[in-house]
Write a new protein. Sequence first.
Length: 222
Amino acid sequence: MHLPIASLLALGALSLPASAQVTTYQLASQAAYSSFIPCMPAGSTACEAYTSAMTVAGQFTLSAPLAASLSATTLAPTAFSFSDGVNTYTEAGAWVHRLMVWTDASGALTQFNLEVRKWLTGTPPHAVGDRLSTLYIDQSLFSATHNAECFFIPVGQSADNCTLLTDWQFTHNASGALSGTFAAASAPMGPQPIPSLSVHGLAAGGGGGPAAAPQARATMRA
């Protein structure tokens, strides 16, 4: 059964859903770590991981651009990639412990706090005593902790929400002042048009013969 030509032309006037709204937010280039908490016990320099030549870098991706005037809104990125100079955090082997944002009337980030974590020892389900690394970033600082110990797991929660041991036994921490924020690195694309069929193509299709598939053309906006 063939649709009337008028119906097909109407379909050709429609646009694809705005699924290409995926937006990646890139962290601006940062200066190197400037403050360190030595690992304990005193003199255990073998557990020190970070240096003043290292910094943080990374990005996270959302299924849609940030809305305007958000306040203390928790988000779940569809993808992320971060480095603290020692550890790499991606959705393949790490997780976002927290991403909370505030935006202005234009949707730009004004405040945020982000923490990503990655297990270094143990196997699922993880338990107290297993070690992990963490990277924390907010609008004023970035802070990385390597080889922290999972100290306590709240009742009813998974080990991913454990409280970290803070006596720095064989744990190293480095931090620095944030000098730039996250900004959209890929602008969302608008709706993509469905290619219209020509009258000649419709006539060929209506006659039962195979019509040549039209070439789809989409224009991307930066």
